[in-house]
Write a protein that binds this ligand. Structure first.
Ligand code: NIG
Ligand code: FE
Length: 416
């Protein structure tokens, strides 16, 4: 009898999320391909069997998932994981009605965190981020993307990306790096934005690429930050150095960011609260994935969420992410999925696809993770709920039961 490392059996539902070898678009986002009371076998970190019938394997560890559901581990494709400098004090200002831009002008915002991140040692940044990763894992995330962007000098951007690399090596989940030197114009370049853009293009991008520190290059394309032309220039330079473009697009104002993302072949366009009709149409026709971040809207106490329904109904591929950052401080993808359902009217099936396979494709790893299919990495989440419908239904608590990364149990709910 063939023997395997782990056999998961008895689950009410296995959400395989099987499908085409690309992100699910439009109506395809409703297909979960569920197996009831089936089996998942794991060997050497990979999924070797998933199906209804007992494969008859001998297993070193048998997990009985009776009364529970089994699904791919969550993928969080947009985070600003590494920073120092919390901004809890901004909450009071938000409650008084100040906007993100007001708070930034009052000395808060990105540049506040930049000051403290610059002062922090690599060890301190590593420690702080490790705690956040632990929290991600507890809530079911098995892979995340992580951006730089609180350094904004060559030395400090490199420092953050080096911490990302260290975290990827030492922490149990995969961390995929994005260079975001164009997150804001740092204080010392105030009034000299062209010089800062030049620094990004001439010094930062070549060094980051040379040292292979980031897979993606991102830009905050927004009024008061980087305009469309500056964003294009930076992303094209990144592309010439082998970095795949991503964009913070159309968040507070419409800058035709979605259109730019499609034109330059970005892997994702993120935020999109103010995306135009044309932007939606272009996203639907392209391979660029719309990453929506409803926790950001929630943290800004705004009522205007991204037009998820319209994007999906028009045929776009949508993914979900936390946007974990000092303004939007959560590591919990379950909360993001609940917000997507309640506030953007995404269907329950759609939020699951958006947090797994589509999220994986939006950071270039959809061929390896994001669904429960033979040959893929065994990144698997068991949730202590009888059906996937409970993911949004039973909100505000942690529903995770067991978290498996590359075949290893990295977290299990304490049953005491
Ligand atoms: O994705 N929008 C720009 N960047 C972050 C916020 C960063 C911050 O406020 O520190 C975001 O929401
Ligand atoms: Fe962001």
């Amino acid at each position: 009898m063939k023997s395997v490392d782990v056999l998961i059996k008895g689950a009410n539902e296995i959400l395989t999320v099987k499908g085409p070898k690309r992100a699910r678009k439009g109506r395809e986002m409703s297909e979960l391909r569920i197996i009831r009371n089936g089996y998942v076998a794991i060997d050497n970190g990979k999924i070797v069997y998933v199906g209804k019938d007992n494969p008859g394997y001998q297993a070193d560890e048998v997990i009985d998932a009776k009364g529970k559901i089994v699904l791919p581990g969550f993928v969080d494709p947009h985070t600003h994981l590494v920073f120092s400098g919390y901004r809890d004090f901004e909450l009071d200002l938000k409650l008084k009605g100040y906007s993100y831009q007001d708070i930034s002008e009052m000395g808060g915002g990105i540049n506040y965190t930049v000051k403290l991140t610059r002062k922090a040692s690599k060890e301190r940044l590593f420690e702080e981020a490790s705690k956040r990763i632990k929290s991600m894992i507890i809530h079911g995330t098995t892979t995340c993307e992580a951006k730089s962007g609180y350094g904004l000098s060559l030395k400090d951007e490199i420092k953050i990306l080096e911490v990302n690399r260290e975290l990827n090596k030492k922490q149990p989940i995969d961390i995929i790096s994005t260079f975001l030197g164009a997150h804001a114009v740092p204080e010392e370049y105030k009034g000299k934005k062209e010089e800062y853009v030049k620094l990004i293009i001439d010094e930062m991008i070549p060094e980051v690429a040379e040292r292979d520190l980031a897979r993606f290059c991102d830009v905050f394309c927004e009024k008061g930050y980087f305009n469309r032309e500056e964003s294009r220039e930076i992303l094209v330079a990144g592309k010439e150095h082998g970095m795949i473009p991503k964009i913070h697009a159309d968040e507070f104002s419409n800058c035709s960011g979605a259109e730019l993302a499609c034109e330059i072949g970005a892997i994702s366009a993120d935020h999109l609260l103010k995306v135009s009709e044309k932007g939606i149409e272009m996203l639907a026709k392209s391979n660029t994935i719309a990453i929506l971040l409803p926790a950001t809207v929630f943290s800004l106490m705004s009522k205007e969420f991204a037009p998820a329904r319209k994007l999906i109904d028009c045929g776009a591929a949508v993914a979900l992410a936390t946007d974990l950052n000092p303004n939007c401080y959560t590591e919990n993808m379950q909360f993001v999925m609940q917000l997507a359902c309640f506030c953007m009217k995404m269907k329950i099936e759609e939020v699951i696809v958006a947090a797994t396979i589509n999220a994986a494709y939006s950071i270039g790893v959809g061929d390896k993770i994001g669904s429960i299919e033979q040959g893929k990495d065994a990144d698997i989440l068991i949730m202590d709920i009888p059906s996937y419908t409970f993911i949004p239904y039973h909100f505000g608590i942690n529903l995770a039961d067991t978290v498996i990364k590359s075949g290893k149990i990295i977290w299990k709910k304490n049953l005491d």
